[in-house]
Design a protein around this ligand. Sequence first.
Ligand code: ADE
Ligand code: ZN
Length: 326
Amino acid sequence: EESLHRIKGLPKVELHLHIEGAAPPAFIRGLAQEKKVRLDGVFAEDGSYVYRDFVHFLEVYEAATSVLKSPEDYARLTTAVLEECAGSGVIYAETFISPDFCGGGDLGAWREYLHAMQDAADKAERDMGITLRGIVTCVRHFGPEKARAAALCAAETAGDWICGFGMGGDENRGEQRDFAYSFDMAREAGLRLTTHAGEWRGAAEVRRAIEDLGVERIGHGVRAIEDPALVDLIAERGITLEVCPGSNVRLGVYPSLAAHPIQKLRDRGARVTVSTDDPPFFHSTMMQEYENLARTFGWEEEDFIEISKTSADAAFCSADTREALL
Ligand code: ADE
Ligand code: ZN
C-alpha cells in the first residue's frame, strides 16, 4: 500500500556489500563466455547462483570470481553493481574489495585494480548520483599471511576512497587474534575497522572481534544477542552492527526473518544498520530487505529513517561525505 511504497523509495545507505558477491549472475556468465571459461556448478537452471550451505557458498563465490581477471573486468563489475544499488534507492555504499582477488596481493597490480574501480565509481556518481567507498578486506580462510599482504595494500592506498579495512570469509577457520597484526597496520594507516563475527560463531566470537581487533563495526554480529552483557557493551561503546537479514535467513543462520534478532538488538540499544551482503546470491536487494522488514516487524518510515541515520553516522568516509548523507 501507500506507506510500503514510500518506504521502498527511501534513500538508502549500505555498509556491508561484497563487490564480487554483488555481481549479477548474467554479468559473470557473460564474462565466462567472453573468456571461454567453463563455470561448472555455479548456476542453477534458471540462471541464478546455486550452493548447498555456507562453505559451499564460499566455493561458488570464489569460482564465479575466478572469471574476473583484470582491472577492466573490475571496472565493469563496479558499474554493474552500482546500477543495481542505485535501482534500489541506495545513495551511498561501502564495498568490500580484496587484494587477494585483485592482483593476488601484489601492490602494483592492486593499484591498477583500485584505480579502475574508482574511475567506474566516479562515472556512476556523475550518472546515477550514487557514492561508493572501498573497504579493503582480507579473507579469513586464506590465512594471516595473505591478510598481511592485503593490509599492506590497504595501508599503501588508504585515503578518502579506501576508508576502511575488514575481514570476511569462513568464521570457523582460525581466530580473530591471528589477524591482529594486519588490523594494527591498517589502523596505523588511518583506516577504520570492521570484521565479520557472530554469523557462524556465537557471542564469544563477537567479543573477541571487539577485544582482539579493536573494531568499531561488526559484520553481522547478530549472534551477540546470545549474551545480554555483550549487547550492553555493544550499545555502550556505540559499536555498529552491519546486519544482513536476508543473507542470514538464506544461509540458515536463522530459520525465518521473524526469528531474526534484528528487532531485539535495536530494542536493547545496539546500533543496527541494514545491508544485503551478496544480494544476487540471496535473491535480495536493499528494496527487498526494506519491504521484508516492514512486513515482518511492522517497521514504518521513521524506523527506516533512523536506520539510515545510524548507517550514515557509522560510514567510514570523510566527515564531509558523511554529513551530506544525513
Ligand atoms: N564473504 C561474502 N559473503 C560472506 C558472508 N556472508 N560471510 C563471510 N564471508 C563472506
Ligand atoms: Zn559479508
